[in-house]
Ligand binder design. Structure first.
Ligand SMILES: Cc1ncc(C[n+]2csc(CCOP(=O)(O)OP(=O)(O)O)c2C)c(N)n1
Ligand SMILES: [Mg+2]
Length: 597
C-alpha cells in the first residue's frame, strides 16, 4: 500500500525533529491515528494520549518552554479542535512555537451544516493568525507542514493545519509535479544571530554608563543569557528583578537578585524600580506599569528579539532588536564598570533582609498550615536540576516569592494568559522532555478540580517511561479559589462571596493512591518538611496534599492605601472569615517592622 497523507504527515513531522505529539483521537483524525500504528521505520512521532485536548495543548506548550523546540498537539474536528484553544492561547501569549493539527469533515460535506462541522479556519484565525490553513488537496501537505513548523519557530507563535478526514486517507503526494501552480518547499529552520547595529549599542551604553542607579528587569527572553545578564549587572552595579517567566534567568542566591516583580513580587524589586534612575529591560514584556519606574524618572534601554515588543511598557530611550545573550555580549565592551558601589550595596542589604522576612513569614502559625511554609520547606530541599511548574492561583504567589531557584533548574507557568490548569500538564510535558529530571507542579485545589485530577490518570498511564520517577504534584487544599477571593477583598473591596469561592473538599492524596501513585497528606505544620522528604525520595509520582489556610493573605509587595482601605471595608462588611484574616495580615505587617529592620 502506498503512503497516505496521514503517513506522510507523520514522516514529515519526524523530519522536523518532532518526537512526540500530544493529543486526543476522534473520527476526524482517524486517517492520522492509523498512520501512528503503521510507523514503518520506528521514527514516526509517538502519540501521547491526554485526558482532554486543552491538556494536550498545554503539554505541547510545556515541551516548547522546557526544550526550546517545537511543540505539537493534535485533535479531532469540531469539539476536539475547540478544546485545544485555551492551551494554544497560553502558548501564543507566552510566545512559544506550537503547531496544532486538527481534523475536519470530509471535503464533500463542508458547507453542508454537517455533523461536527465548525469553521475551523475562522475559529483558529486569531490564535494561529501567523499561519492557519486547510489542506484541500494532498499535494499541499508538504508545504503546509513545512510552513506551519517554520513559521511557528521563526515567529515563536502558534500555527495550525486543518486536514479533512478524506484528505488524510488519500494517497500522499510527497513531491508535487514540476508544474505551474505547485509549491516546492523544504524542511528545516535555524535561528539567526540577531544583534543590533554598533551605533545603537553605543547609544545604549551611553545611557547605561550615565546612570548612577541602574535597575535590570529580565524575562523569559533572557533564559539562555544568564552569564551575560550577570556580567552586565556586575559592571553596572545593578540589581536584577525577574518577571515571572524569567524566574530561572538568574539564581536567587545571588545577592543582587531582587526576585520577582509585580503583584506577586518582592519589596526589593519594588524599591529597585521606584528608586532607579536607569532601567535596562531584557527579554521581558512584564505588563504592569505601576511596578516600573514612573515615566520620566528613569532613562530606559530595552532589548528584545521581537521588534513588536519594544517600547510598549516604558518609553525607552534606546530600543534594541536582538538576541539577549548576543546583544548583552556585544554591549559589555562599551560599558564602564561603575566604581561607586553604594547603590548595589543598598540593594544587597535589602535583598538579605527580604529573605529573612520571607523566612519569618513562613513560620507564622496558621489554620492549620501556612502555605508559605509549604514553599519554604520545598525551597530548602529542591533537588538539583529540578523543573518547576506553577499553576495560576495563590500557588503562583508563593512560588514567585518563597522558592529560591538555583542554577541549572527550569521553571515556568502560564505567564501572560495566567490561565488556571497548566500546572499538571506542564509537569507531564516536562517529564516526557526530561525523563531524568525531578519535576514539581504546584497547584491549587481549584485547578486540580478543573482538570489536574484527571491528568493524574495520564501520569499513572505513562509513568513507567520516566527513568527518574520523581514527579510531585503539590496540592494546596484550601477549599477556596483563594487568589480570586483575595482579589475580591483587596481590589474590589468586596467580602468573599462564598457562593463563587468555596470549593468542595476532595481526597487528593487518597485518589492518587487509588491510581497507583503515592499520596501524602500534610494536615499540620510539622508534617510539611517530612512530607517533602518522603515525596522527594518516593519510587513513584506523588500527590502531596497540604491542608493550607486560605486566610493567609498574599500581600502585595507594597500595599497601596486604596488596597488597604478596600481590604478593611471588605472585612468590616461582614466577611465570614474576617477575624482570622485581620490577625494574619497584622502578623505579616508586624514582621516587616520588627526592631533591627
Ligand atoms: C481558566 C481560568 N478560570 C478562572 C481564572 C481566575 N482565577 C485565577 S486564580 C483562581 C483561583 C484558583 O484557585 P485554586 O486553584 O484553588 O488556587 P488557590 O488560589 O486557592 O491557591 C481563579 C478562579 C483563571 N485565571 N483561569
Ligand atoms: Mg484553592
Amino acid at each position: 500500500m502506498s503512503d497516505t497523507v496521514g503517513d506522510y504527515l507523520l514522516d514529515r513531522l519526524a523530519t522536523w525533529g518532532v518526537e512526540r505529539i500530544y493529543g486526543y483521537p476522534g473520527d476526524g483524525i482517524n486517517g492520522i491515528m492509523g498512520a501512528f500504528t503503521r510507523s514503518s521505520n520506528g521514527k514516526r512521532p509517538e502519540f501521547i494520549q491526554t485526558r482532554h485536548e486543552e491538556m494536550a495543548a498545554f503539554m505541547a506548550c510545556a515541551h516548547a518552554k522546557f526544550t526550546g523546540e517545537l511543540g505539537v498537539c493534535m485533535a479531532t474536528s469540531g469539539p476536539g479542535a475547540i478544546h485545544l484553544l485555551n492551551g494554544l492561547y497560553d502558548a501564543k501569549l507566552d510566545h512559544q512555537p506550537v503547531v496544532a493539527i486538527v481534523g475536519q469533515q470530509a471535503r464533500a460535506g463542508l458547507g453542508g451544516h454537517y455533523q461536527q462541522e465548525v469553521d475551523l479556519q475562522v475559529l483558529f484565525k486569531d490564535v494561529a493568525h501567523e499561519f492557519v490553513q486547510m489542506a484541500t488537496e494532498p499535494a499541499q501537505l508538504r508545504h503546509l507542514i513545512d510552513r506551519a513548523c517554520r513559521i511557528a519557530l521563526a515567529e515563536r507563535s502558534v500555527t495550525a493545519i486543518i486536514i479533512p478526514n478524506d484528505v488524510q486517507e488519500a494517497e500522499a503526494v510527497p513531491q508535487p509535479p514540476h508544474a505551474h501552480g505547485t509549491v516546492h518547499s523544504g524542511p528545516g529552520y535555524r535561528a539567526p544571530r540577531v544583534v543590533p547595529a554598533e551605533v545603537d549599542l553605543v547609544r545604549a551604553a551611553e545611557v547605561l554608563n550615565a546612570g548612577e542607579r541602574v535597575a535590570m528587569l529580565v524575562g523569559q527572553g533572557a533564559l539562555r543569557a544568564a552569564e551575560e545578564v550577570a556580567a552586565v549587572a556586575e559592571a553596572l552595579g545593578a540589581g536584577v528583578a525577574k518577571a515571572l517567566l524569567g524566574k530561572a534567568v538568574l539564581p536567587d542566591d545571588l545577592p543582587y537578585v531582587t526576585g520577582s516583580i509585580g503583584l506577586l513580587g518582592t519589596k526589593p524589586s519594588w524599591d529597585l524600580m521606584q528608586e532607579c534612575d536607569t532601567l535596562l529591560m531584557v527579554g521581558s514584556s512584564f505588563p504592569y506599569s505601576e511596578f516600573l519606574p514612573e515615566e520620566g524618572n528613569a532613562r530606559g534601554v530595552q532589548i528584545d528579539i521581537d521588534g513588536r515588543m519594544l517600547g510598549i511598557r516604558y518609553p525607552m530611550e534606546v530600543n534594541l532588536v536582538g538576541d539577549s545573550a548576543e546583544t548583552l555580549r556585544a554591549l559589555i565592551p562599551h560599558l564602564q564598570p561603575k566604581r561607586d558601589r553604594s547603590w548595589r550595596e543598598k540593594i544587597e542589604r535589602e535583598v538579605a533582609e527580604w529573605w529573612k522576612l520571607i523566612e519569618e513569614r513562613a513560620q507564622l502559625a496558621a489554620q492549620p498550615i501556612n502555605p508559605q511554609l509549604v514553599f519554604h520547606e520545598l525551597s530548602k530541599r529542591l533537588p538539583d536540576g529540578a523543573i518547576l511548574a506553577a499553576d495560576s492561583g495563590s500557588a503562583a504567589n508563593w512560588y514567585a516569592r518563597d522558592v529560591k531557584i538555583r542554577a541549572g533548574m527550569m521553571a515556568s507557568l502560564s505567564g501572560t494568559l495566567a490561565t488556571m490548569g497548566p500546572g499538571v500538564p506542564y509537569a507531564i510535558g516536562a517529564k516526557f522532555a526530561h525523563p531524568d529530571r525531578p519535576v514539581i507542579a504546584m497547584v491549587g485545589d481549584g485547578a486540580m478540580q478543573m482538570n489536574g485530577i484527571n491528568e493524574l490518570i495520564t501520569i499513572a498511564k505513562y509513568r513507567e517511561r520516566w527513568r527518574d520517577q520523581r514527579l510531585i504534584v503539590l496540592v494546596l487544599n484550601n477549599r477556596d479559589l483563594n487568589q480570586v477571593t483575595w482579589e475580591q477583598r483587596a481590589m474590589s473591596g468586596d467580602p468573599k462571596f462564598e457562593g463563587s469561592q468555596d470549593l468542595p473538599d476532595f481526597p487528593y492524596a487518597s485518589y492518587a493512591e487509588m491510581l497507583g501513585l503515592k499520596g501524602i497528606r500534610a494536615e499540620r505544620p510539622e508534617h510539611v518538611g517530612p512530607g517533602w522528604d518522603q515525596a522527594l525520595s518516593a519510587d513513584r509520582p506523588v500527590v502531596f496534599e497540604t491542608i493550607t489556610d486560605p486566610e493567609v493573605p498574599p500581600l502585595p509587595p507594597h500595599i497601596t492605601i486604596e488596597q488597604a482601605k478596600a481590604l478593611s471595608s471588605a472585612l468590616l462588611s461582614g466577611d465570614p472569615n474576617a477575624g482570622q484574616i485581620v490577625q494574619q495580615s497584622f502578623k505579616q505587617k508586624v514582621q516587616e517592622f520588627l526592631p533591627g529592620r
